[in-house]
Design a protein around this ligand. Sequence first.
Ligand SMILES: NC(=O)C1=CN([C@@H]2O[C@H](COP(=O)(O)OP(=O)(O)OC[C@H]3O[C@@H](n4cnc5c(N)ncnc54)[C@H](O)[C@@H]3O)[C@@H](O)[C@H]2O)C=CC1
Ligand SMILES: O=C(CO)COP(=O)(O)O
Length: 331
Amino acid sequence: MKISIIGGGSWGATLAQVLNDNGHETLVYDINEKTVESLNNGRHPLLEVDIPGLRATTNLDETLQFSDRLVLAVPTKFIRESLKTINQHAFRKMYFINVSKGIEPDTLKRVSEIVNDEISEAFFGAYAALTGPSHAEEVVLRKLTVLTAASQNEAFAKEVQVLFSNQNYLRVYSSNDLIGCEVGGAIKNAIAIVSGIMTGYGLGENARAALITRGILEITRVVVAMGGNKETAFGLTGIGDLIVTASSHNSRNFNAGLRIGQGIPVEQVLNESKMVVEGVRAIQAAKDLTIKTGIELPIIEIAYDVIFNNLSVSDAISGLLTRELKPEMIG
Ligand SMILES: NC(=O)C1=CN([C@@H]2O[C@H](COP(=O)(O)OP(=O)(O)OC[C@H]3O[C@@H](n4cnc5c(N)ncnc54)[C@H](O)[C@@H]3O)[C@@H](O)[C@H]2O)C=CC1
Ligand SMILES: O=C(CO)COP(=O)(O)O
């Protein structure tokens, strides 16, 4: 099958290689000319590895002509604008496979809802989210990875499952809990930043284990508040993705947190990051959700104060430790 990839950064370029490995033909579209040139020269634009055999372009019309299957791999901050442009150039129904992870602050919309907002009904075929624990740094080296394809359209979830699965290094499960999968993938980034901050500040593995355990409970609350199934948070797209992102130096979110924990100003950390740190917007969105719904997310709320209100890391830690003592609530 022919598949177009929108966004040829760390993840988009890597997934193009997966699809090529699986015998499909891909065309990668990116607005950055250097990225496109690098891909056409067989070099990953960001991950210091060769990635031969890919074709890339800055021409959106060519990309939309190439295939009606579109992998969305641009940071969520740019998704709405990118979809508006795609809709202006569209000429037939399109089938979206979103691999970006985030929730829009203020509107609290998931990417599937942004697609609904921006793509005219006449051009909308189906939507799936492909998500789960998967650092591009490992997938590009064909290290074993397991993902979930979630869609309200069962046939399309299965199509995506088959497209990306292979018997060498990548297995995909399917799910019909689109909300749970989208929310888990977004909010784990918030907790991953906190994990980095704690590590940068000098806390150890005991603290990280506690963070992951209490963090998944906060993810569960957000999943439920947004209409997803609680159980989904305990699968690949929730706890699975949280474990890898909160404990890996491959993670952009963990690394950003690490530098913040070491005392580097938040703005400097974000400006200096060459790749997207989605967790900052996830923290903002989750904080907005606490205001709108009254759910309690103590870790994310204190992280919000560190990122947006200059709260020091030591004050954040004592803020958490001085909370009222209570029974351990699981759920
Ligand atoms: N890097 C990873 O290991 C993984 C990333 N993700 C998610 O995938 C999304 C993308 O992440 P990365 O690839 O890491 O980001 P990145 O920053 O490495 O690459 C993003 C690419 O999108 C391009 N872009 C921006 N606006 C565009 C537009 N309007 N049209 C076309 N291209 C555009 C940029 O030029 C850049 O090449 C994020 O939401 C991230 O959370 C998900 C799983 C793994
Ligand atoms: O979602 C990811 C891994 O599953 C990527 O996380 P980072 O953006 O923190 O690298």
